[in-house]
Design a protein around this ligand. Sequence first.
Ligand SMILES: Cc1cc2nc3c(=O)[nH]c(=O)nc-3n(C[C@H](O)[C@H](O)[C@H](O)COP(=O)(O)O)c2cc1C
Length: 188
Amino acid sequence: MQRVALTPDLAMSRNSMSPDADTCSNAVLPSFDPKILRGAFGRFATGLTVVTAASEDGPVGITANSFSSVSLDPPLVLWSIARSSRRFDAFAGARFQAIHILGAGQIDLSRRFFRDGRDFAGLDTVPGLGGVPLIRGALALLECEIVSRMDCGDHLVLIGHVRAMETSDGEPLVFAAGRYGTLAAFAS
Ligand SMILES: Cc1cc2nc3c(=O)[nH]c(=O)nc-3n(C[C@H](O)[C@H](O)[C@H](O)COP(=O)(O)O)c2cc1C
């Protein structure tokens, strides 16, 4: 294992919070290869979600593994959208969004919204809060109202207040190191 520096040496800095600390906009060293960082992030196994919204151009969806639960009381979650995404405006501007936590049998749905954010053809959907398309069959469905947005480097973090939800039983879909999997290997 080799240590890679991402920023100029901070060893001499005091270990106290600076009131001006803006970790979201600190640039990394120009010599730094982002592939190395992507590789490190990718070692963190996540679940997978499809987030949907209603936009001026119709329903939109995106496969996202940046989802995280944040708070139980009030019920808050987050996910982040890449600024480079063609779907950025649709999600950055959507007050209501539905987060579908995918089950082990939903790789196809993940691939569909990885490729194309507008492809709802043949999907069983019903309108949720704000007319957001709710896709049937997810392991959990969180209907959220976006209550906060935070610029964070090349992504925008969206904080959602969960306004309605439903769950069903089943195995989650897992994603790590660029590959899909299930939790079967961990069952004892
Ligand atoms: C496993 C996986 C997780 C992803 N997670 C995110 C995410 O959290 N945020 C995001 O903006 N894009 C994420 N993406 C990329 C989008 O699903 C989609 O491929 C991308 O937005 C395509 O570019 P476009 O929006 O310009 O069409 C993820 C893709 C995959 C395969």
